[in-house]
Design a protein around this ligand. Structure first.
Ligand code: DP6
Length: 312
């Protein structure tokens, strides 16, 4: 049996950085994100009883297929093909879109018909942020203490608010330390606990900003949260420095453009590439500004998107 699914990447306003359960990928805090229309992965999974071996490129994908086989009580070999329309390992959360698409395609191909909640729980075990790419639009990853209570739900559909996320691909160079690896050293940061202590308040504020479509408030919190997460990363052992000079130049440029009256805020994940949040009427001007810096190899304009979908 064969199935193909597509899933978006997502950008977190409140981020997941730290696990309270490594194996189950239970995060230390809840998080809030938006699915991205321009960054997606298409995944085809085919199970074949007569196949001689799995045709799967990555060990982590094979482990996820094993989870699906266990759930479906089957032993068939699998062939997995994943294609993303954006660069991997550069800070654009490819694993979120890969594992969301893989989870949906693999469960369908295995004959399972899981609910959105069950899909989100399963996707989370492949890559934490993938649980937020299952539901539509703006999603909240609930801060549960067990596997069954740690999943994402849609808080608003994509059409609720046309928020724009302009991705500037600073370089296509792959990062040296993966997110999963990088997260392991965070307890050594003296700022980790401080970041967590303000988390509840931040989640409430982001929800309030979304409820009121308050761009300024959402932008201020998102940018500050990204910087707080990077403050933790920089002070971990070993220290994680994902920014390149181009990233930093663009961060400073965003501040200049904002001071000149252009509504824009940045956020950054684990990589050199940068997300710039804005509203539709400022996209053209911002694209032009980014281009003129000469710092972006590519610009990708994203609007809020649906979650994982079956294609065939
Ligand atoms: C900085 O979901 O990629 O992008 O669970 O180890 O696969 P694993 O980590 P992953 O972490 C995402 C971290 C982040 C913040 C976020 O998207 O919330």
């Amino acid at each position: 049996m064969k199935a193909t699914a597509i899933a978006p990447s997502n950008i977190a306003f409140i981020k997941y950085w730290g696990k309270k359960d490594e194996k189950l990928r239970l995060p230390e805090n809840g998080s809030i994100s938006m699915n991205l229309s321009g960054l997606s992965t298409t995944c085809t999974v085919e199970f074949n009883r007569d196949g001689e071996k799995d045709e799967i490129d990555h060990e982590r994908i094979k482990l996820h297929i094993d989870r699906v086989r266990k759930l479906a009580g089957m032993k068939d070999h699998a062939r997995v093909d994943t294609r993303s329309n954006f660069p991997h390992s550069t800070g654009l959360s490819a694993s979120a879109s890969v594992f969301a698409a893989l989870t949906l395609a693999a469960t369908k191909a295995a004959g399972l018909d899981l609910s959105e909640k069950e899909l989100s729980i399963l996707a989370r075990q492949g890559s934490g942020s993938a649980c937020r790419s299952i539901p539509d639009g703006f999603a909240e990853w609930l801060d549960g203490n067990t596997s069954d209570t740690s999943y994402a739900v849609s808080i608003y559909p994509p059409q609720y608010w046309d928020l724009v996320d302009i991705v500037a691909v600073v370089t296509h160079t792959k990062k040296r330390v993966s997110t999963s690896e990088g997260m392991k050293g965070l307890k050594k940061s003296p700022f980790h606990k401080t970041r967590l202590s303000g988390m509840q308040e931040k989640i409430v504020s982001v929800k309030d900003a979304l409820a009121r479509r308050d761009f300024e408030l959402l932008g201020i919190i998102s940018e500050a949260e990204a910087l707080e997460m990077h403050a933790v990363m920089i002070t971990q052992q070993p220290a994680l420095l994902y920014w390149t000079p181009g990233t930093l130049e663009l961060m400073k440029a965003v501040h200049v453009w904002r001071s000149e009256g252009l509504p824009c805020f940045f956020t950054i994940n684990t990589g050199q590439n940068i997300h710039i949040l804005t509203l539709p009427e400022y996209v053209k001007k911002l694209e032009k500004n980014i281009q003129e810096t000469g710092l972006a190899e590519k610009i990708i304009v994203n609007h809020p998107a649906k979650g994982a979908q079956i294609l065939s």
